[in-house]
Design a protein around this ligand. Structure first.
Ligand code: SAM
Length: 247
């Protein structure tokens, strides 16, 4: 795949790369006038472009061809999870983007340790852009503002199939149940039902938080006898629900 650049405002026949995208083209790629690159706008469109003019700060590209390339899931997939610590945030956002997740919601639950900072959406979106450049995605995974568990439960799409990852002690029966729910989900996916997945913080959801979800029609999912980190659970679920329609 040709080198890809993000430009949210491709107007008519030109795209202008600025900031880190211009830096990537000019100083990392060392592109020259006449080189061909791919530009995507984050809203689903992709363009074959030719480098027309390079200055110290920006690069002007001429659009040669607008392409319609569909690389999105055929249904909406939301993942809500508290942010893990440090570098694991990058892993989480990168993998969810690659797996085609539509929207990520940073959750704040009772036991959430990492409190999202003020400009968390912009910081996480930068990771989404980098991952989209690499994986060929033309529509950005939306990063929502951080939301408390109670307001998230209130706001969630009532038509969605809703799954809460929650480890259970007694094992087999619940795991079987989880498997059946997976099958149910596969059926629903064919009808393009939106899917919402929630993962708890390192300390887990409280009993009250689980109960609040259950009373609103959420299904519990047990992912097996080992305790997964937040990002592992979120990525595993996104892979389970996001890739199964393609196989
Ligand atoms: N001690 C916590 C508990 O019992 O909930 C473990 C929390 S775990 C590190 C973080 C989150 O990942 C959990 O709240 C849950 O959403 C998800 N998770 C981890 N392992 C899981 C499993 N085996 N089954 C279902 N969910 C799991």
């Amino acid at each position: 795949m040709a080198e890809r650049f993000y430009c949210p405002t491709v107007t008519g026949e030109r795209a202008v790369l600025e900031g880190s995208e211009a830096h990537h083209l000019i100083h990392v790629m060392r592109a020259a006038a006449g080189d061909h690159v791919i530009v995507f706008d984050g809203q689903g469109h992709e363009y074959l472009c030719k480098v027309e003019k390079i200055s110290r700060r920006d690069a002007t590209l001429k659009v040669l061809e607008r392409r319609t390339v569909e690389r999105e899931l055929p249904f909406s997939l939301t993942v809500a999870a508290p942010l893990p610590k440090g570098d694991r945030q990058r892993v989480l956002l990168e993998k969810l983007t690659e797996l085609g997740v539509t929207r990520f919601v940073p959750l704040v639950t009772e036991r959430t340790v990492v409190r999202p900072e003020k400009d968390v959406v912009a910081r996480l979106t930068r990771i989404v852009i980098e991952a989209s450049k690499q994986c060929g995605r033309n529509r950005l995974m939306m990063v929502a503002e951080p939301e408390s568990w109670s307001s998230f439960l209130e706001a969630v799409d009532p038509t969605a199939a809703k799954y809460l990852a929650h480890p259970v002690e007694s094992g087999e029966r619940e795991r079987l149940e989880a498997f059946q729910k997976g099958t149910l989900l596969a059926d629903k996916k064919q009808e393009s039902v939106p899917i919402v997945i929630a993962v708890g913080p390192e300390g887990g959801f409280t009993d009250a938080e689980v109960e609040a979800a259950r009373t609103r029609g959420w299904h519990l999912l047990d992912l097996g006898p080992r305790i997964l980190r937040v990002e592992t659970a979120a990525i595993a679920l996104a892979a389970l629900f996001g890739t199964s329609h393609q196989v």
